[in-house]
Design a protein around this ligand. Structure first.
Ligand SMILES: [Fe+2]
Length: 187
């Protein structure tokens, strides 16, 4: 199928898309380090939208490229910035991210537990190599919007991140993002 899609930053979406998912604090409770603070925030502020994404998905079909737009809102749980769940691909497939607005980072972790991070901001392309788990984090005061594309048969393993987390956390220290060891990380 041949088609093109239009990114509309004012409307924060890509048209057309086949999928739109909205992810709220309650769905991310186990992905943040301080789950008690997540509960407290839900009780006091409500179940905030942390991120949403629009995707052109070909399912698990081989040979295509799924692509879309993610909008990750600003905020923190304690000192930990708002984040996406993060995942490893089930197949060793790479992914491309292109920053469009806002300030953030991509946290990446290799299969043997090595952690790297790279800025994700307008006009920055981040190449996530095969085998590296990845999560995006909004370290700014505005929304972080970015484009992504990955092989349609890559598959997603969120469960490994839910159970083990990433080895490092991105937290605010004196107004800046720093990388610290995740005290709850299990190898
Ligand atoms: Fe991915």
């Amino acid at each position: 199928m041949l088609f093109s899609a239009k990114i509309d930053l004012a409307k924060r979406m890509i048209e057309p898309h086949t999928k739109h998912n909205v992810v709220r604090l309650s769905a991310l409770k186990e992905y943040f380090n301080d789950q008690v603070e997540v509960e407290r925030m839900i009780n006091s502020l409500g179940d905030l939208v942390v991120y949403e994404y629009f995707e052109n998905s070909f399912g698990d079909e081989e040979e295509n490229v799924n692509f879309g737009l993610t909008v990750l809102y600003p905020g923190k749980v304690g000192r930990e910035y708002f984040l996406t769940r993060g995942h490893f691909h089930e197949k060793r497939a790479a992914e491309i991210y292109i920053g469009l607005e806002g300030e953030g980072v991509i946290l990446m972790q290799s299969e043997d537990g090595k952690v790297e991070w790279r800025p994700l901001e307008p006009n920055t392309v981040v190449y996530v190599p095969p085998g590296w788990g990845h999560r995006t984090i909004n370290t700014g005061n505005q929304r972080l919007t970015f484009f992504f594309a990955y092989p349609s048969d890559a598959g997603h393993d969120y469960e490994i991140v839910r159970r083990k987390g990433f080895a490092k956390l991105v937290v605010e220290e004196n107004g800046r993002p720093v990388l610290i060891d995740n005290p709850k990380y299990r190898t």
